[in-house]
Design a protein around this ligand. Sequence first.
Ligand code: KG4
Ligand code: ZN
Length: 337
Amino acid sequence: MEKDTLILSFESSCDETSVAVIKNGKEILSNIIATQIKSHQRFGGVVPEVASRHHVEEVTHCIDLALNEAEVTYDDLDAVAVTYGPGLVGSLLIGIMAAKTVAFAHNLPLIKSNHLAGHIYSANLVADLKYPFMALLVSGGHTEIVLVRAPGEFETLGDTRDDAVGEAYDKIGRVLGINYPAGKQVDEMAAKGKDIFDFPRAMVQEDNLDFSFSGLKSSFINRVHHADQIHEELNKDDLAASFQGAVLDILSNKVFRALKQHPVKQLVVAGGVAANQGLRQCLKDDIEKRNLDMDLIFPPLRLCGDNAAMIGAIAQIQYDKKDFADLTVNADPSLDF
Ligand code: KG4
Ligand code: ZN
């Protein structure tokens, strides 16, 4: 039997400091997540300088907790992995410095991982991935349809032309008086409301796999402001349901268009917005309706948001390919596939 591989992984691209120990890219021995959301809420979004400061304060403690919870020492590790992009440059650099330091001090190979690839490979922690598979990546910063042809080989088929879907949730949430990040609460309100406002479904008729959410967002905000001006009372649950109805129509339309072009056996939905209950139900129903023989894989809620376990999962693929980095690794804030 082959020896197990243990990877200590770091994620600090935005407002979560996370350190994990992952066995063979599949098993989570620990996944410590220190969230900073409370510090950013009063500003209505993530403040980069505040985020960096928190990462500095948290990262060493997170390493200790991750090793303790996994019941391993530095001597048991085979590699160190870290997110090097995309994300906030100051935040990324803290994780990168911590990972480099551990790698150098303990003479371990260093792996630089793509945050987006990490989100997709969070699915590997709960399912056996079969290639090629399709991934819908929906987060605060990204909305992409990605074909994963082979381990670690990504092809972006569709992307957003403007806002990311999570960003749109957060912006319309603010208009509804919801704290950042608003996605979860909008989702809960949507479940109680009705889709009656008939918001636009941008680009669904177009024969491409790209998205646009800024028109939907503006239409929502204009509707609410107009109602304010004429002192009309709108039902917030119905507003949320109408926004979410448009989002789900757009996502579902483009995903099934992509699946028609590239029939695969698995659809992975990953990223913060993959926590959306409406999206989970909608894609499940759509697969049944179309009678498709396809597994729908949603990572569990705790692995949808940013976390280091997902970085350990993609890093294992890189480890197997001996795709190692040296100590000159820098942050790449606008990294893509
Ligand atoms: O992946 P993530 O944790 O961070 C980024 O890499 O962006 O995603 C965060 C985003 C936020 O915009 C948040 O509002 C959204 O995910 N989100 C949701 C839900 N839970 C989190 N959006 C819709 N429905 C949810 N249940
Ligand atoms: Zn993310």
